[in-house]
Design a protein around this ligand. Structure first.
Ligand code: ARG
Length: 473
């Protein structure tokens, strides 16, 4: 690198002309500018853009691609810009199109022509690939923390209700009694998988595209490993074309977000159902409900409903980006500028949804008496009777199933539940049945008997709570 002088003869980007305007003699049409401009949304990448520029400038200096003086001026200017952005005084200007050129233009105002050396061995193509990747990486990390917080809220509720009876459902029909704690722990598993999915996506995305330059790499002796390390990446990406063309990291994060939103929507739906007076299983405080402007008696689960609805947004964002990317030839195309809005929107919505759900879970109170009485309704211990016939009398399960079905029919005729069916009635169906059968027909006996690994017996539930507490500690 022979000439390090920063006293360039003239400003290559005078006011009113785009930074790339050297070969242009006319100005872009207003509509061209309107469709092209991205500063309105990519300003959210300001801190990532600055971090990338700092790492790049330090690397250019170490490799003697720019002088120490220019590097010092650039780094000082970038610090000033960082402070301006924090203070809210940074002038985001549409005429400079995007965040990259806004930062560079401001740098030029602050330090003069040396600013023009920052873009050596770099392109906006690897710059945006870097900035956006870092933003998505941070979003995944934030989401992981929120998922852990939600899991902890669920764990606390589950611990309080490890033995609280409730009906377990299939087809939304009473199936077998379970505990409320067990039910909540099912969501701890789901959100645990979500957190693992985000962490796994993060591993794959954690390669630095910086230094791919426009698409083909750089003739300057850049040190890509150095910038990758400085920016917290595991390594530099291995193919320059892929580096600027790839948006898998965002797609993967949006796919993770969509699955997570599906889990959130299922829990939200259950809260909505449980809160109906017909169920009356749980109540939310005034903090997470709203009233009706016409019906004074109402307490509506709006927060849960809105969480439920977010799944639609998440899938819309994923769909939007997947469709933008489909069929794009290598490498960068301006279509890819449309990657940011859906991704920002999805993660904003997910952040709200995770926060609201953690708040609702902590807030909700369970009506244990109501849940317990519902747990015994609908002949929910019929399987326990069939299992008893198999265990105690050695009947094949199919025969036991048939006898139990007849017992349920008898209950319906007599208007009683299974524990209330007189022994004589049972013996009319199978003479070898003894009084001991009644021990297994209550919901609490049913739940206590399900001691298989991962089952709903309170001791099993407590074991899982303990395991998760250790995992999340
Ligand atoms: N604003 C652009 C984007 O978000 C930055 C990259 C522009 N590159 C280009 N060659 N025009 O995608």
């Amino acid at each position: 690198m022979t000439d390090h002088s920063s006293d360039a003869p003239e400003d290559p980007a005078p006011a009113g002309q785009a930074m790339w305007g050297g070969r242009f003699s006319g100005k872009p049409a207003e509509l061209m500018q309107a469709i092209n401009v991205s500063i309105g949304f990519d300003r959210r990448l300001a801190s990532q853009d600055l971090a990338g520029s700092r790492a790049h400038a330090a690397m250019l200096r170490k490799q003697a691609i720019i002088s120490s003086e220019d590097a010092a001026a650039i780094l000082g200017g970038l610090d000033t810009i960082g402070r301006e952005i924090e203070a809210g005084s940074f002038p985001f200007r549409e005429e400079f199109e995007d965040i990259h050129m806004n930062v560079e233009a401001r740098l030029r105002e602050l330090i003069g022509p040396a600013a023009g050396r920052l873009h050596t061995a770099r392109s906006r193509n690897d710059q945006i690939a870097l900035d956006f990747r870092m933003w998505v990486r941070e979003a995944c990390d934030r989401t992981g923390l929120q998922l852990n917080a939600l899991q902890k809220a669920l764990l606390a509720k589950a611990e309080a209700h490890a033995a609280t009876l409730m009906p377990g459902f299939t087809h939304l029909q009473p199936a077998q009694p379970v505990t409320f704690g067990h039910h909540l722990m099912a969501y701890v598993e789901m959100f645990g998988r979500d957190a693992a999915r985000f962490a796994d996506a993060r591993l794959r995305m954690n390669e630095s595209p910086l230094g791919a330059a426009a698409l083909a790499g750089s003739p300057f002796p850049i040190d890509r490993a150095m910038t990758a390390k400085a920016l917290g990446f595991d390594r530099a990406t291995a193919n320059s074309l892929d580096s600027v063309a790839d948006r898998d990291f965002a797609l993967e994060a949006l796919a993770c977000a969509t699955i997570c939103a599906v889990h959130l929507s299922r829990l939200a739906e259950e809260i909505v159902i449980w809160m109906t007076p017909q169920f009356g299983f749980v109540a939310l405080s005034d903090a997470f409900t709203t009233g009706s402007s016409i019906m004074p008696q109402k307490k509506n689960p709006d927060a849960a409903e809105l969480v439920r609805a977010k799944a639609g947004r998440m899938l819309a964002s994923f769909t939007q980006l997947v469709v933008v990317m489909k069929g794009l030839p290598l490498t960068y195309s301006k279509d890819m500028q449309e990657d940011k809005v859906p991704t920002f929107e999805a993660f904003d919505a997910l952040e709200l949804a995770l926060g609201a759900m953690a708040g609702m879970v902590a807030d909700l109170t369970a009506n244990a008496a109501r849940m317990a009485s519902a747990a015994g309704a609908g002949f929910s211990t019929a399987t326990d009777l069939a299992d008893w016939l198999v265990r105690e009398l050695g009947l094949p399960f199919r025969d036991a199933h048939h006898i139990t079905g007849a017992a349920v029919k008898r209950c319906e005729a007599l208007g009683c539940d299974l524990p209330g069916l007189p022994l004589a009635e049972l013996q009319a169906l199978e003479p070898r049945i003894t009084a001991g059968v009644h021990d297994v027909l209550t919901p609490s006996a049913s739940v206590a008997s399900r001691t298989s690994y991962g089952g709903t017996a309170p001791d099993q539930v407590r074991a899982q709570i303990k395991r998760w507490k250790e995992t999340l500690a």
